[in-house]
Design a protein around this ligand. Structure first.
Ligand code: SPD
Length: 296
C-alpha cells in the first residue's frame, strides 16, 4: 500500500495532501509541526476547514472538526453490543478520540490504551487536546506507550470485554494489525459475549484490504460485519469499520440503555445510523463476501 512514490506530484503551496493511487486528498492549510519518530513521520497541520489535524507518513489520521465521523463509528456499535464493558482494550488510537468515546460509557471500569508511538500521544495532547478531551485525565484510562501486537500476544485468555484496533493503514507500524495471528490473539483475549472492532479501510480506495479483512475476521471469529460510513478527508471519503464476535452478531443490536446514555452526545452515531451503516453493503462487495474465499 504505497502512499508515496517517486511519481508523487509536487506539493501545492498552501495545501496539505495525502497522495494515494493517482488521487490527492487535500486540505488548505499549513504544517505547524513535523518530526520523524522512531516509527513514522508525524505531521500536525492547521487547516481552514477542519481545524488542526494529524497525518502519519503522509496519511490523514484525524482532525478536530471531523474526527467524530470516525471515533463514534468505531466505538459505539462495540460498546453498545458487548455483554459487559468493564474492561476495554484499545490498540493504537494515540490521538485519544477512541478512548474519549469509550469512556463516555459509565460501565467501562478500565480502559487500556496501547499506542506504539509516544510522539503521537505527546503531540495529540499538545496540539489536538479536544480530541482526547476528558479521557486523558480519566482515572479509568491506563496509557501504555508500547507495541500493541505484543500486548495482545501476552494478554491472558478472556481478559477483555471489548477490543478495538484503531490503527493506521496496513503499512509500517500498523502492518501487523491486519493478519490472522493478530486476530486470533484478539479472539483469544475476548471474554465470552465480547466484541472486537477494527477500522477496515475504504471499500473504494483500499477495496482488496477491506475484503480480505472482513473475510479473515469471519473465519477467525465466526461472525463479522462491516459498517459503512464517511470520513471526508480519508481516501475516497468512504470508510468502513468491521465488528466481530464469537457468539453471534451482537454488535448489530445496541443495548437500549447504553445507547440512550450516549446518543444525545453524538454527532454521527445513533442506533438508526448504525442500522443503515450495517445495511449499506455495496452489491458487488456483498457478492464478493459471499463467494468462497481463496485459501489463505
Ligand atoms: N487511512 C487512515 C486510517 C486511519 C485509521 N486510524 C485513524 C486514527 C484515528 N483515531
Amino acid at each position: 500500500m504505497a502512499h508515496s512514490s517517486a511519481a508523487e506530484p509536487a506539493a501545492t503551496p498552501g495545501w496539505v495532501d495525502e497522495v494515494f493511487d493517482g488521487v490527492r486528498y487535500g486540505l488548505a492549510g499549513q504544517v505547524i509541526a513535523e518530526q520523524h519518530s522512531p516509527f513514522q513521520r508525524v505531521t500536525i497541520i492547521d487547516s481552514q476547514r477542519y481545524g488542526k489535524g494529524l497525518l502519519l507518513d503522509g496519511c490523514w489520521m484525524t482532525a478536530e472538526r471531523q474526527e467524530r465521523h470516525y471515533h463514534e463509528a468505531i466505538v459505539h456499535p462495540a460498546l453498545c453490543g458487548a455483554e459487559s464493558i468493564e474492561r476495554v482494550l484499545v490498540i493504537g488510537g494515540g490521538d485519544g478520540g477512541t478512548a474519549r468515546e469509550c469512556l463516555r460509557h459509565a460501565g467501562v471500569g478500565q480502559l487500556d490504551l496501547v499506542e506504539i508511538d509516544g510522539l503521537v500521544v505527546e503531540w495529540s495532547q499538545r496540539y489536538l487536546p479536544a480530541i482526547g478531551g476528558a479521557a486523558w485525565a480519566d482515572p479509568r484510562l491506563r496509557l501504555t506507550v508500547g507495541d500493541g501486537i505484543a500486548w495482545v500476544r501476552d494478554a491472558a485468555d478472556a481478559s477483555y470485554d471489548v477490543v478495538i484496533v484503531d490503527g493506521s493503514d496496513p503499512a509500517g507500524p500498523a502492518e501487523g494489525l491486519f493478519n490472522r495471528a493478530f486476530f486470533e490473539h484478539c479472539r483469544r483475549i475476548l471474554k465470552p459475549g465480547g466484541v472486537f472492532a477494527t477500522q477496515s479501510e475504504s471499500p473504494e480506495a483500499f477495496r482488496q484490504v477491506h475484503l480480505d479483512t472482513v473475510r479473515l475476521l469471519r473465519q477467525v471469529f465466526g461472525h463479522a460485519d462491516p459498517l459503512y460510513g464517511w470520513v471526508p478527508m480519508y481516501p475516497s471519503g468512504w470508510w468502513s469499520w468491521t465488528f466481530a464476535a464469537t457468539d453471534g452478531p451482537r454488535y448489530l443490536r445496541p443495548q437500549a440503555e447504553r445507547a440512550a446514555a450516549v446518543a444525545a452526545g453524538c454527532q454521527i452515531w445513533s442506533p438508526r445510523w448504525q442500522r443503515g451503516g450495517f445495511e449499506a453493503v455495496p452489491a458487488a462487495i456483498e457478492r464478493e463476501l459471499q463467494a468462497p474465499a481463496a485459501a489463505s
